[in-house]
Structure formats: C-alpha cells, structure tokens
Design a protein around this ligand. Structure first.
Ligand SMILES: [Zn+2]
Length: 311
C-alpha cells in the first residue's frame, strides 16, 4: 500500500486517440477526480503522454489522492499481456513497448490496453453492460469496432485483433474501405463514411452530426443514413446470431443520433431475424469516458489491486 492516512489511492488513466489524449485521475469508486484532455502531438507521442501523466499526477495530488498506477489505452493491435502496441496506424507505431517506456518515465506500474476492449470492461463494471456476462459494445465513431464480452471475458483473439467488427465485409463489390477490402461495414455505417459519402455526392463536407441534422430535409442525407442503418442492422444481426448477446450497447458519435438511429435500426434488425428474437439495443451510459475508465480499471489491476469498487 502506497496510500497514506491522508490521501486515497487513485490511478492516472489516458485514452489515447489519433487526435486527442483524454486523461483522468480516477479513484477506487470509479469517480473522475480530475480530467485533462490535450491534442495528440504530431511527433513523439510517448513524450507527450509522459507529460500528460505528469500533469495528471499533479492534479491527483491537488485532489488529495496518491497515484498507485497508470493505464493507457490505444487503438490498433495491442498485446496487453506484454504491454506492446503491435500496430497503430494513426500513431504510426509498430511493436512499441509502451508499458516499459511509460513505466520508466513515471515510476508507476503501467497497463497498456486496447481502447475499445477497455471501454467494454468499463461498460461491464459501471455502464450499460452492468450485470451482464455476455454483451457487445459497438462504438460508432470515425471507424467502427466492437468489444465482445463472452461469459464475463473480453475476447481478444489469437493475435489480439478480435472485435474488428467494422471490417466485416457485408456489401459484395461495395465501397472500398481504407483497410484494403471492399464493402466493409464501416465504409457505410461510421461517422467517417457519412462525411466521405456525402462529399462524394454533393461536393460539400458535412460532419456526421450535420448529416443527421439534415435528415428529413435533405434526400442525400436520408439515403446515406438509410444505407448506413441497413448495413449496421445486418452486421448486428450477424453478431446476434453468432454470439447470442444479452444486450448490444452502441457508443461513439453516431449513437448521439438517439432515436433517429435506434428506431430504424431495431426495425431493420427485426426484419433480418426470423427464428430468434433480437436482444435489446441500448445507448452507452459512459459515453466517451468509457475508454479512460477502462484504462483506470487496467491500471488498478496493474497496481495489484482488484477491480474498482462498483458504485
Ligand atoms: Zn475495412
């Protein structure tokens, strides 16, 4: 135990994305004592991360807490056991021993995890997956992935690449995907796809939020949204048939469309299923805090403490 009588233990948690590093100081009850978000630097991301962890350490002290560990989650292919980021295209990382680098820099036990899988851990402990041993979290952001929780465990797969739900090819000879395949789910049903497909048709760049806001008054927005929802429903039906989840949790920017997403999506999922019922489809409760709360859980584990106390 490193905590003294006057301070409580906390961890430093960072959700590292291609554009922002979202940091928080999290206590043993899963509460965020302080947060700090900074842009992801173009060069030397590890140095930027080290600085952010230093800042968070100061914020922890201000909040009367003692850091006992740190957790960082990243996109890409992550070997959580060895703390190595195998490949993260947005960060231009390959086989980076991030846990060891940050451990030396911070002198704390460090955990490195995958952003979406960690978000699944957080939703299971604190969010919409609470009390469920089998559920799927699908963040619909610039891209699309899934945290697949089966019998209480987040599935990582043989090479650590499980859950690449966005790259299931669903549309034969469909749109090219940046991954190199064609017809991937995320080439239709992601914020990035909506922006790209709208610009290709109308010659104007709209954010996914603007496309959603234009529904009902802009036929191109209506058509692209309908196609996105159709492909997403197909993909979620595949997951349902394969995994039999208790609940499907949707997160990411597109989930903020709320009923404009859920109503047509669940209707199309029902149309696609004949012999079994659809599981409930709900929205994330943790929103974009899920990744860093998941990083906090991993950090407490790295510090040799059990999971955070469930509130
Ligand atoms: Zn793809």
């Amino acid at each position: 135990m490193t905590a003294t009588a006057t301070t409580s233990p906390a961890v430093l948690a960072v959700d590292l994305g291609g554009s922002a590093m979202k940091g928080a100081v999290v206590d043993g009850a899963g509460r965020e004592l302080a947060t700090r978000t900074v842009p992801t630097p173009d060069q030397d991301v590890v140095a930027g991360l080290t600085r952010l962890l230093g800042d968070l350490s100061g914020l922890a002290a201000d909040a009367g807490a003692t850091p006992v560990g740190a957790g960082v989650v990243t996109p890409g292919s992550v070997d959580e056991e060895r703390g190595v980021v195998r490949y993260a295209s947005n960060l231009r990382w390959r086989d980076l021993p991030l846990r060891d680098l940050l451990g030396e820099a911070t002198d704390l036990p460090v955990a490195v995890g995958h952003d979406v899988r960690a978000a699944g851990v957080a939703e299971q402990l604190f969010g919409a997956g609470r009390g469920s041993d089998s559920f799927v979290l699908v963040p619909l952001g610039t891209g699309v992935a899934a945290a697949v929780v089966v019998d209480g465990r987040v599935v990582t797969g043989f090479t650590g690449a499980a859950g690449e739900f966005g790259h299931i090819p669903l549309v034969p000879d469909g749109e090219p995907c940046p991954c190199g395949q064609r017809g991937c789910l995320e080439a239709y049903a992601s914020a990035g796809a909506l922006t790209r497909r709208y610009a290709a048709r109308e010659g104007r760049v709209l954010t996914a939020e603007q496309v959603v806001a234009a529904l009902g008054s802009d036929p191109t927005a209506d058509r692209l949204w309908d196609e996105a929802v159709t492909v997403l429903a197909q993909g979620l039906d595949v997951l349902t048939i394969l995994l039999d989840p208790q609940v499907i949790v949707l997160g990411g920017g597109l989930s903020r469309a709320g009923a404009r997403l859920l109503e047509p999506l669940t209707a199309k999922m029902d149309d696609g299923l004949a012999w079994r019922d659809r599981p409930p489809v709900v929205l994330t409760e943790l929103g974009d805090r899920a990744g860093r709360l998941g990083a906090a859980v991993l950090a407490f584990r790295a510090a040799g403490r059990s999971d955070l106390d469930q509130p």
